[in-house]
Design a protein around this ligand. Structure first.
Ligand SMILES: Cc1ncc(COP(=O)(O)O)c(C=O)c1O
Length: 378
């Protein structure tokens, strides 16, 4: 008998007792090489000692502080996130909350205007973020959704052009559609978004999964010459502590005036201590260059070991985010189960896609080990 609601379906029957470096260990002591990072969260691995030490010290000093008072740690983290001196931060606790903040801000800046988002995108499970998540399997059963959301097809410039009207206030987009199947944005589509932004449509980039160094840049939009009006981020920002953030250009600060939004836990000292430790690493010299180097290495390894296999339809990648689309005869659930038997953890995404989100600190030898295991399975 379980006391838990079954919204996650039947869980994988594995209980992990601890993590070390880029490995998880189950009750029997079996080791698993983790190519999931807890779905893009444990980007600095399970032995991020600076983060652990910062959180432990913060627990002793002051675990919680309400947002009624000054919070220097929030200032520090916001400053580290403000990569070009144009953004101010609102802290939340998750990706969906970061997106709710963004959607509320847009409503204030562009009253009564619509928000455009893309088929197979994913922005979260709360009502606003879900209304922007154009996937039937996420939205079904929850009508009425929030009004004012319009959809277009991702990476389809004509569909985008047909969907944009004089009422369009904002566009929310992922640089890689992660949950939807690991589809990176095309350069053409990014350029089209930039052109609409130049016409005054607000550009919200959801970096919840792609941010925090995952693609070899602090934010994935940097690969495409975009400068969003609003950025949302979460997942890897706390390396295990729940942190979400919305960054808005300073010009929009007056719209989020006193009382317009808030959170009890958002920007909590524990979360901020962890996020500061994470960002100190991400912004340190050479770290992101190393991630890009590892991403190139992984790309070669995937080509060498997996491309050309009958089971593999396509390999898509941006940085250390990889999607391996399987041929129709192969079932992703079976591949994941087989991988677990071999001591390898990988994810699924979209329709029959294996998703790899290895920790950014994974070594080339460990990356090779994972790819070779996949080769044996596929
Ligand atoms: C791009 C993107 N946005 C938003 C979310 C929602 O984040 P959370 O589960 O922290 O609410 C996710 C989660 O997978 C995501 O990948």
């Amino acid at each position: 008998m379980t006391h838990l609601l079954q919204n996650y379906g039947s869980r994988i029957p594995l209980t992990f007792t601890h993590g070390e470096d880029v490995y998880l260990y189950d009750q029997t002591g079996k080791q698993y090489l983790d190519f999931t990072s807890g779905i893009g969260v444990m980007n600095l691995g399970y032995s991020f000692e600076a983060g652990k030490a910062a959180v432990k010290a913060q627990v002793d000093a002051l675990a919680h502080l309400s947002n009624l008072y000054e919070n220097p740690l929030q200032e520090d983290v916001a400053a580290l996130l403000d990569f070009d001196g144009q953004y101010q931060a609102f802290f939340a606790n998750s990706g969906t909350e970061a997106n709710e903040a963004a959607l509320k801000l847009v409503r204030l800046i562009k009253p009564q205007q619509t928000i455009l988002s893309f088929v197979d995108g994913f922005h979260g499970r709360t009502f606003g973020a879900m209304s922007a998540t154009m996937q039937d399997k996420i939205q079904n059963g929850f009508a009425p959704l929030l009004p004012g959301f319009v959809k277009a097809i991702y990476n389809d410039v004509e569909s985008l052009a047909a969907a944009v009207t004089a009422d369009t206030g904002a566009i929310i987009v992922e640089i890689v559609q992660g949950e939807g199947g690991v589809t990176p944005i095309t350069a053409d589509f990014a350029a089209a978004l930039k052109a609409y932004q130049a016409q005054g449509i607000l550009l919200i980039v959801d970096e919840v999964q792609t941010g925090n160094g995952r693609t070899g840049k602090l934010f994935a939009f940097e690969h495409f010459g975009l400068l969003p009006d609003i950025i949302t981020s979460a997942k890897g920002l706390g390396n295990g502590l729940p942190v979400g953030v919305m960054l808005a250009k300073r010009d929009y600060a007056p719209y989020f005036s006193a009382g317009k939004h808030g959170s009890t836990f958002g920007g909590n000292p524990l979360a901020m201590a962890s996020a500061k430790a994470v960002l100190n690493v991400l912004t340190s010299a050479d770290f992101l260059a190393e991630v890009r180097d590892k991403a190139d290495f992984l790309s070669h390894a995937l080509q060498q070991h997996l491309s050309g296999k009958a089971s593999v339809k396509e390999i898509r990648q941006l940085g250390l985010t990889v999607g391996i689309a399987l041929s129709d005869e192969y079932q992703v659930a079976q591949v994941l189960a087989e991988a677990r038997k071999h001591g390898l953890l990988v994810l699924s995404a979209g329709h029959n896609v294996i998703r790899l989100l290895p920790p950014l600190v994974m070594t080339k030898a460990q990356l090779t080990e994972g790819v070779e295991l996949l080769e044996a399975i596929l």
